[in-house]
Design a binder for this molecule. Structure first.
Ligand code: NCD
Length: 321
């Protein structure tokens, strides 16, 4: 089998063949999800725990739905109300949950690296649902599946990622994935929202939309992440929309068949004009949500297979995993 990973913590350590294997499997889950009976039993008997230490709508909902459609027992921990508030450390919480024998842990955390740390303390498969500004692998994978289905390929495309790149784990995971699959990635942002060390990413950097969007196949907009900003990154939202917000005029610089993406949640009128977001001829934002469920099903299916193999190997050798 081509997908060997034990956890899905980021795109950084995935091989292009693993990415392709996961997307191929996700395609089959898109078909299942469009059918009348949206159910399989590949996770039957397994327990999935979702731990979201940060707010989420679509990511949490789609992980929950994905687990249920695959037949797992799914539990959502209300982290706002958990013992973390009473001072328990992340590691203690992880060890407590681990004692309940989960098979899949889905974790979102505001600190970069927290999910990796947790994965070292538990003996089940861990999926990173977003850690700080670091990685959001399932988002990049669902974006890749959306692009591959819309464009018929996932290589030699010109893709612009625009907006608040500095605070975005979505951008980081996408830059890595799209680069591994041999696409040309362009980053467009005001200098204050461009991360430092961007030169090492193997991307082209622009600070204006007209130049950056020239003839691209894909326009990926990012939310202005106000909760991660501590003041003066932009002069005003109105000015930001004027210079960097995607509207029909700016979209005209891209290829005539360029698609428009956004991971959500959107700030309409800040980074994207509402009419562009709703234009079914250009925007694939709803497809991204649909692909999100399929990609998460594929990721959990593959990790569960590896977990079963590891446990079978370990029990033959007489050790616990
Ligand atoms: C993103 C996230 O949480 O990183 N949203 C998502 O998962 N759909 C992007 C964002 O919050 O702007």
């Amino acid at each position: 089998m081509t997908f060997r990973a034990q956890h899905l913590l980021g795109i950084e350590h995935l091989h292009p063949t693993e990415i392709t294997a996961l997307l191929d499997l996700a395609d089959s889950y898109v078909d299942l999800n469009r059918g009348a009976v949206k159910h399989s039993d590949v996770l039957a008997g397994m327990t999935q725990i979702n731990m979201f230490f940060e707010n989420s709508t679509r990511t949490q909902a789609s992980f929950e739905l994905a687990g249920k459609r695959l037949g797992a027992d799914v539990m959502n921990m209300a982290m706002q109300a958990s013992s973390i508030k009473k001072g328990e450390t992340l590691i203690d919480t992880a060890l407590t949950l681990n004692a309940m024998h989960p098979d899949l842990l889905v974790v979102r955390h505001p600190h970069s690296g927290a999910v990796d740390l947790l994965a070292q303390k538990v003996n089940c498969a861990v999926l990173n649902a977003g850690d700080g500004r670091h990685e959001h692998p399932t988002q990049a994978l669902l974006d890749a599946l959306t692009i591959r289905r819309a464009k018929g390929r996932l290589h030699r495309l010109s893709i612009a990622i625009c907006g608040d790149i500095a605070h975005s784990r979505v951008a980081r995971s996408n830059i890595m994935l799209l680069g591994k699959m041999e696409n040309r990635v362009r980053l467009i942002a005001p200098p204050t929202l461009m991360p430092s060390g961007v030169q090492e990413f193997g991307v082209e950097v622009f600070d204006n939309m007209q130049e950056g969007l020239q003839d691209v196949d894909v326009v990926m907009m990012l939310r202005l992440q106000k909760e991660r900003m501590d003041g003066g990154f932009i002069p005003s939202e109105r000015e930001y929309f004027h210079r960097y917000g995607l509207d029909a005029q700016k979209l005209a610089f891209a290829k005539p068949d360029a698609i428009v993406m956004h991971p959500g949640p959107m700030n309409r009128g800040v980074e994207i004009d509402g009419t562009i977001a709703d234009d079914i001829n250009r925007s694939v934002i709803q497809e991204q949500v649909e692909m999100g469920v399929a990609v998460r099903m594929a990721a959990m299916d593959l990790l569960a297979r590896n977990l079963r193999d590891r446990r079978a190997g370990a029990s033959e050798a007489g050790v616990m995993v």
